[in-house]
Design a protein around this ligand. Structure first.
Ligand SMILES: *[C@@H]1O[C@H](CO)[C@@H](O)[C@H](O)[C@H]1NC(C)=O
Ligand SMILES: *[C@@H]1O[C@H](CO)[C@@H](O)[C@H](O)[C@H]1NC(C)=O
Ligand SMILES: *[C@@H]1O[C@H](CO)[C@@H](O)[C@H](O)[C@H]1NC(C)=O
Ligand SMILES: *[C@@H]1O[C@H](CO)[C@@H](O)[C@H](O)[C@H]1NC(C)=O
Ligand SMILES: *[C@@H]1O[C@H](CO)[C@@H](O)[C@H](O)[C@H]1NC(C)=O
Length: 237
């Protein structure tokens, strides 16, 4: 049990070491407003010629990162992150980059939240289709935090129209921040996403149940052994 936990932690640590790191800095103030760390995975659904085809595409390398700490959209203050990147499975034949646009908003209730996103994909060796995927308004996104906290999730899901999703694994996100530096400070406070918070409740319950079962097994074994010993004791009298 202990060993498996150690392995799990080692795995988590190595997984987070490979994560992509993005930030947007305000040129006027020198302060960073957005930091997004994580590993992107794109689960894409294409409906072509009556058939539905699904592809899982991972990220290979960043081409360029742009952003704006002082954007405006529908009279609302927004901050944007635009990432151009190459997915895995790209070749000289299909060399066009993919593009991900993320828009953060802020309100009286939350310090920041992802309010919109768009993914533009191109044909690759692995995916014979291209498309523009937009946010599914019905998808329950929870990439948000209050005060000066950041958001943390083992897999943040951004739902797209048509059943596709953008997964950000081992994600750490903050926006509408005023940070001196381009990485999360060591004393950063994180708000854990809903799914992880529930898992954190479940793990101790499962561990507790296993321990309780072990105690019962040992106790029953002891009682059986004692009963047997007693019977043998009587027999030998
Ligand atoms: C901010 O500064 C960087 C580096 O000096 C420059 O490349 C970029 O164009 C600037 N952005 C804006 C919005 O002025
Ligand atoms: C697509 O589906 C329709 C109705 O189910 C069918 O009539 C048509 O032949 C199908 N077309 C192809 C290319 O499979
Ligand atoms: C933005 O605000 C201005 C002035 O308050 C208003 O005239 C305009 O219609 C608003 N635009 C949108 C898109 O809400
Ligand atoms: C990732 O990018 C590098 C450099 O462009 C390329 O050599 C490599 O083949 C790519 N890997 C995959 C799996 O597409
Ligand atoms: C950021 O930190 C450096 C070193 O601690 C300091 O010199 C600089 O003034 C700070 N900048 C801002 C905008 O606070």
């Amino acid at each position: 049990m202990l060993k498996s936990f150690v392995i799990l932690f080692a795995f988590l640590a190595s997984a987070s070491a490979t994560a992509s790191h993005y930030y947007v800095t305000n040129n006027n103030t020198g302060l960073t407003c957005i930091i997004l760390d994580g590993d992107f995975q794109f689960n894409l659904v294409f409906n072509e010629k009556n058939t539905t085809e699904k592809f899982t595409v991972t990220f290979n390398e960043t081409v360029s990162v742009e952003g704006d700490c002082n954007g405006v959209r529908n009279n609302q203050s927004v901050q944007t992150l635009n990432i151009k990147f190459n997915p895995e499975g790209q070749s000289a034949r299909y060399a066009k980059e993919w593009e991900l646009d993320i828009v953060f908003g802020s309100s009286s209730n939350v310090a920041f939240e992802i309010i919109d996103y768009t993914l533009t994909t191109q044909r690759t060796d692995l995916v014979p289709y291209f498309g523009k995927f937009v946010r599914d308004a019905n998808a329950a996104g929870d990439v948000t935090a209050t005060q000066t906290n950041a958001y943390k999730c083992s897999t943040a899901k951004l739902g797209l129209v048509g059943g596709s999703t953008i997964d950000i694994k081992t994600s750490n996100v903050i926006a509408f921040a005023q940070m001196n530096g381009t990485v999360f400070p060591t004393d950063q406070v994180y708000e854990v996403c809903y799914l992880d918070a529930r898992t954190n409740e479940v793990v101790p319950i499962v561990v507790g149940a296993c321990l309780a079962a072990l105690v019962v097994v040992v106790l029953v074994g002891y009682l059986i052994g004692r009963a047997r010993a007693k019977r043998q004791g009587y027999a030998s009298v």
